[in-house]
Design a protein around this ligand. Structure first.
Ligand code: EPU
Length: 393
């Protein structure tokens, strides 16, 4: 585990590029595919980050701001633009008293799992089920990261961003972020002109996250455990609380079992996590499209939790099914394609993996086959979760 206060392992001089040339996107992403980049900047301060973004925008260059690189599938072709990696690390800005709880602010580049580890260690409740998720803290509001019954929507308080349209920093309170299942106003600016201020943006959205603030309750017990699989692993009923450290350990164990904790030696983790989101549909659509034995989960609105640790109200007439189930039952079991450079993970059907020598095209071909297979079997269109750079399904 990284000491959260330790700076990046190999700090570079302000605004410098890698000696000997920029790294390739394969070196910067957990899928380990992607071509060379024209220009690479590693920002050590907020001023450097903002100035690199402004310079790219002024030059009309394509811009990619990267955190952990765990949610990106980049094409093999050269990226004719600027990649900015936010190398800042700090867990500070903590106000901590019994009434107000812990107010925590972290720079966007801070690796997320160290935030969770610190929270559990310090007795700050509300993010323990989000253990072991790769990537940076700044990415968590963009797609409202969630797992094992928790979403960051429950504990986020505000996000400070650089607005590329208005060319200024701005603050969004949690209620202004338009958070939903794996989405936010920040993510919507990629495809939706209303969110983008009259245009679309990409591969980095209109808003570059600078800093994320969380409001956590002081408690060494976890929030009530909502996810049945996690409750089973802990040997408790859904809704009970246990020491947060036990939840963290159980989630890490579950995630490892699914190949969802990064491990350079295990090709099942050379992935972007879940490659497709779980489809949402109306009850009528679910009745028409889904076989009787397909999972149907209630959709909970985590943005409507007004008390830390409170329960999320169920959204009427909306059903979430399991992309992994649809994929497996459409004939793409775990390990599908093994032997080829790209295959499904042997531990979870929802992760597309690089077995060592895969190209982006290998992964895209696999993604297309899976998406087409599910469409043919169930008439449901799976939506990729990672950002696709220079590539499309
Ligand atoms: N299943 C299969 N085959 C498999 C794996 C799963 O059929 O190979 C079926 C099972 O029926 C299982 C169901 O899929 O009960 C759901 O699987 P799981 O509990 O592993 O969760 P998931 O819906 O696939 C979501 C998130 C994960 C998060 C887990 C745990 C999405 C797209 N994925 O996965 O988040 O960790 O729940 O809460 O929402 C991510 O978003 O990248 C991510 C890893």
């Amino acid at each position: 585990m990284l000491d959260p206060l330790t700076p990046a392992a190999t700090p570079l001089a302000a605004g410098s590029t890698f000696p000997g040339g920029a790294p390739t996107l394969a070196e910067l992403t957990t899928l380990r595919v992607g071509g060379p980049v024209r220009e690479y900047v590693e920002a050590q301060t907020e001023a450097e980050l903002v100035s690199a973004v402004r310079a790219a925008d002024d030059a009309g260059a394509a811009l990619l701001v990267l955190g952990g690189g765990s949610n990106l599938l980049a094409s093999d072709a050269p990226f004719d633009g600027v990649v900015v990696r936010d190398a800042r690390r700090a867990i500070d800005g903590v106000g901590d008293d019994a009434c107000a709880g812990a107010s925590l602010t972290v720079p966007a580049g801070q690796p997320w799992d160290d935030v969770v580890a610190t929270a559990v260690q310090e007795g700050w409740m509300g993010v323990e089920a989000l253990s072991g998720i790769p990537g940076s803290a700044g990415a968590t509001p963009v797609q409202n990261v969630g797992a094992y019954g928790q979403e960051v929507a429950e504990t986020l308080s505000s996000v400070r961003v650089y607005d590329r349209l208005e060319r200024r920093t701005r603050m969004f309170a949690v209620g202004e972020l338009g958070l939903g299942y794996r989405t936010s106003l920040l993510k919507r600016s990629l495809a939706d002109t209303a969110a983008g201020g009259g245009r679309t943006w990409g591969p980095t959205g209109r808003y570059v996250v600078l800093e994320v603030s969380f409001q956590l309750r002081l408690a060494t017990l976890s929030a009530p455990v909502r996810y049945p699989e996690l409750a089973r692993t802990l040997g408790i009923d859904v809704g009970r609380r246990v020491p947060a450290a036990d939840v963290r350990a159980a989630v890490l164990e579950l995630r490892r079992g699914k190949g969802m904790v990064l491990d350079a030696a295990d090709h099942d983790t050379w992935s972007a996590g879940s490659f497709f989101t779980n489809p949402l549909m109306s009850v009528a659509e679910a009745d028409a499209l889904l076989p009787a034995d397909a999972p149907r989960y209630p959709v909970a609105d985590h943005t409507a939790i007004h008390q830390i640790g409170g329960s999320a109200p169920v959204v009427e007439d909306l059903v979430k099914t399991s992309a992994a189930w649809l994929i497996s039952h459409a004939g793409f079991e775990k390990g599908f394609g093994l032997g080829a450079p790209a295959s499904l993970s042997t531990k979870h059907a929802l992760a597309l993996t690089n077995r060592g020598g895969a190209t982006a095209e290998d992964l895209l071909a696999l993604a297309r086959a899976v998406r087409e297979g599910v469409r043919a079997a169930y008439g449901i269109e799976l939506i990729p979760e990672p950002v696709l750079l220079g590539a499309a399904l």
